[in-house]
Design a protein around this ligand. Structure first.
Ligand code: FDA
Length: 398
């Protein structure tokens, strides 16, 4: 049903937001023969896809499962995830002959560029007869159905309206709080939002202690808020980053510590006692430098573990080393915030939506999909998997 009545363009479906979720939803509905319009205020579609995965888009994770998602209701994501799996998106990638590889832990990346994924989505939109418009901010005038909106070219009416405007992260890429504000204005419950998958920042003396280690990375087991991740950590000029810190940031709350086991494989106390017996002349600093990046070992000795031959290292010294390294407990001043965060935690409360269709319980014909919903994935392709799966769930019924 595309046409004009009362000078308004008419569509079965209008989707606000041409990101991962919006485009997948459009493709699914378009393939079912629905007339679909996707509008985005930005100058091009899928900007976050383009910048994702360091320009190679970690487009899914082979092992994506409900356990990889945070939400006030951890069960909500199960239905959509089970009906559109990583295998389904991989099939699409293979159908478009996009070369890809597994980097680690089931994380699938494009061999060439993220542009391949955007091209795939736009080609599928075209094949499904979907209209995609950029530079198109819209105002929602009245909810129906039919829903009434106004865009740059005039009035738009649609039977199903899908909000796929994502979260707050990276405002310079076109991110807005549109979906959250709209939902709030409707009286829907919003789970508190905060930046996640984001580096930690430190201030004052804490920052001075580590600032010149910037660039050093090491394997850790890091924990915050009861969740732990075995991943790499990176010292930065502002604090700490790397996958370990991004993952723990999703579970961290201001004022809480982050526990970082800098030697996850090693029983440090036992190892140092053994060295005291077998290599008494070895210095503590060199003993630690055999286990850690040398700059970290040197800094830890300067700050907390006075260097001395292993023969002189006491049980109390060994306990002190253990306490400073396994784990090293730190209290970040905060995070880098939405400026660099990969995702926004929180959003439209899942209790407001059907887990099967993503339709709003209070408002028929209105749907929320993707990051605007209170479902947030771990690092490693899970957030795109949620975007594909939730977009597909709505696309099947609109
Ligand atoms: P998304 O943000 O993709 O799309 C929302 C769209 O709505 C945008 O096009 C925006 O312009 C538009 N919009 C916003 N406000 C609007 C308004 N008022 N009117 C009209 N349009 C509006 N995930 C992953 O799984 N693997 C990865 O490798 C990465 N890497 C990564 C890197 C970086 C730097 C970031 C910031 C994020 C990632 N992510 C990721 C996360 C992933 O990008 C994110 O979870 C999905 O893009 C969310 O998809 P959505 O479609 O919900 O929102």
């Amino acid at each position: 049903m595309v046409g004009a009545s009362n000078n308004a363009e008419q569509f079965d479906v209008c989707i606000i937001g041409a990101g991962a979720a919006g485009l997948m939803c459009a493709i699914t509905a378009g393939r079912r023969g629905r007339s679909v319009l996707v509008v985005d205020h930005a100058n091009k579609v899928g900007k976050k896809i383009l910048m994702s995965g360091g320009g190679r888009c970690n487009f899914t994770n082979m092992y994506s499962a409900p356990e990889n998602f945070l939400s006030a209701n951890p069960h909500f994501c199960k239905s959509a995830l089970s009906r559109y799996t990583p295998r389904d998106f991989i099939a699409l990638v293979e159908q478009h002959e996009i070369p890809y590889h597994e980097k680690k832990l089931g994380q699938l990346f494009c061999d060439r560029s993220s542009k391949d994924i955007v091209r795939l989505l736009l080609a599928e939109c075209e094949a499904a007869g979907v209209q995609v418009r950029t530079h198109s901010p819209v105002r929602i005038d009245q909810l129906g159905p039919p829903h009434h909106m106004t865009g740059p070219d005039g009035a738009i009416h649609c039977e199903s309206l899908v909000i796929a405007t994502g979260g707050y992260s990276i405002p310079r890429m076109g991110a807005t709080g549109f979906g959250f504000d709209f939902a709030r204005d409707l009286g829907l419950e919003i789970q508190p939002t905060r930046a996640a998958l984001v580096p930690f920042v430190f201030e004052g003396r804490k920052l001075e202690q580590i600032r010149d280690l910037a660039g050093v990375s090491l394997d850790t087991y890091s924990e915050a808020g009861g969740a732990g991740f075995r991943e790499n950590m990176l010292f930065t000029h502002q604090g700490l980053s790397g996958p370990a810190m991004l993952q723990t940031s999703s579970y961290w709350h201001p004022g809480e510590p982050v526990s970082i086991d800098l030697l996850p494989e090693i029983d440090l106390a036992e190892h140092l006692r053994e060295l005291r017996r077998s290599r008494p002349k070895l210095s503590l600093k060199n003993a630690l430098a055999d286990l850690l990046p040398r700059r970290v070992a040197e800094r830890w000795c300067e700050l907390w573990l006075p260097d001395k031959p292993m023969a002189e290292v006491s049980d109390a010294d060994i306990e002190q080393a253990r306490q400073r390294l396994k784990p090293w407990r730190v209290w970040p001043a905060g995070t880098e915030g939405y400026r660099t965060a990969e995702v926004t935690i929180g959003g439209v409360d899942t209790g407001e939506l059907s887990s099967r269709t993503m339709e709003c319980r209070q408002q028929s014909g209105l749907f929320f999909i993707g990051e605007v919903v209170d479902v947030t994935g771990h690092l490693g392709g899970h957030n795109f998997q949620w975007a594909w799966a939730s977009g597909h769930a709505a696309g099947e019924v609109i």
